[in-house]
Design a protein around this ligand. Structure first.
Ligand code: CP
Length: 337
């Protein structure tokens, strides 16, 4: 499988076989973490990590991944560069991307929430970098997709469920004031539907996700002969679920004023208290696993009892970020494997 130089902006854009190659290598790297087969793969190679927004897991896991592969990950923020924006003069993406490509062997970008003024701008930015870069561009979470998280989620489900085909996952909106982007639940639904899961999406009226993504999830389910449904109550979706994913997300009008209106979004979310994954709801499931990309908003999206309970796989999935990203970097930043 030759993935050398390939961008990863959304898992949907990769073939199933390519995703499986990443997951298989990640599993080997997890089993045999410091094998000499991997520890020099990125020797003398640098991964640039360009963060418009903060991160715990993504920065730490990419940096650790580069270290474990014998390479280096360099942290960058927009304030450390002089980039042209809608309101400031500066360097174009064409120039920045071409120069980065002369130094490094891979570029990760994160752009979310208050760093954009309309949904889709982050995706456009990544694709503009990918157009000019001669090195692979990997999304480290942007407004539309979070492919590394999706791969880590699926790896966790394979570990705990084996084959996921025909299993039911509930993806439910969660209460809270965090005004979160759509990238993680969208990526999760794309990759789980692609790999054969039945998907139920639950959210209060007014919290629709990207219609193009929903259409693609439906198409994935149709192709696999599985089901996709949307419900607007906080309970029924749990019935018979094998996996429960809860997450707060912003409404489709969050950017209506030309910037992210956090105050309005918080006020709107406050009208929907009680959309929380708790023991009573989990009792309706098929002894479901609880999964979440983290950071978890405990007490709003999920109770402590469930987040820290025996069916929670949140830490396994967080750890998987390291292994899938090592596999991704090894496959896209070198042609050694
Ligand atoms: N899940 C995830 O991307 O976590 P961070 O925001 O901490 O990187």
């Amino acid at each position: 499988m030759n993935l050398y130089g390939k961008d990863l902006i959304c898992t949907q854009e990769w073939k199933i076989k390519e995703l499986e190659a990443v997951l298989e290598l990640a599993a080997k790297m997890k089993r045999d973490r410091y094998s000499p087969r991997w520890t020099s793969l990125l020797q003398h190679r640098t991964f640039l990590m360009f963060f418009y927004n903060p991160s715990v897991r993504t920065r730490q896991s990419f940096e650790t991944a580069a270290t474990e592969l014998g390479g280096h990950a360099q942290f960058l923020e927009p304030r450390a560069m002089r980039l042209k924006t809608a309101t400031t003069a500066g360097e174009t993406i064409e120039d920045a991307a071409n120069v980065m490509s002369r130094f490094a062997h891979g570029l990760g970008i994160r752009i979310l929430e208050d760093q954009i003024s309309a949904y889709g701008e982050g995706d456009d930015l990544l694709r503009e970098y990918a157009k000019w870069c001669t090195i692979p561009v990997i999304s480290m979470a942007h407004d539309k997709f979070h492919p590394c998280q999706g791969l880590a989620d699926l790896m966790g489900l394979h570990t705990h469920l084996g084959d996921v085909k025909g299993k039911k996952t509930l993806v439910t909106w969660g209460s809270g004031a965090l005004v979160r982007s759509w990238c993680s639940p969208q990526e999760y639904m794309l990759i789980t539907s692609r790999f054969g899961m039945n998907v139920t999406l639950a959210y209060p009226e007014g919290y629709d996700l990207d219609p193009e993504v929903i259409a693609q999830v439906k198409a994935n389910c149709a192709q696999n002969g599985t089901s996709f449904e949307i419900v607007h109550d906080s309970v029924s979706g749990y019935d018979g679920a094998d996996v429960v994913y809860s997450r707060n997300w912003m409404s489709p009008v969050a950017y209506a004023s030309g910037e992210l209106d956090k105050a309005s979004e918080r006020a709107k979310a406050a009208l929907h208290p009680g959309w929380i994954t708790d023991a009573a709801r989990m009792k309706r499931t098929n002894n479901a696993l609880f999964i979440h990309p983290m950071p978890v908003d405990r007490g709003s999206e999920v109770t402590d009892e469930i987040a820290s309970g025996p069916r929670s796989i949140i830490y396994d999935v967080a750890e998987n970020r390291l292994h899938v990203q090592k596999a991704l970097m090894a496959l896209t930043m070198t042609d050694a494997l």
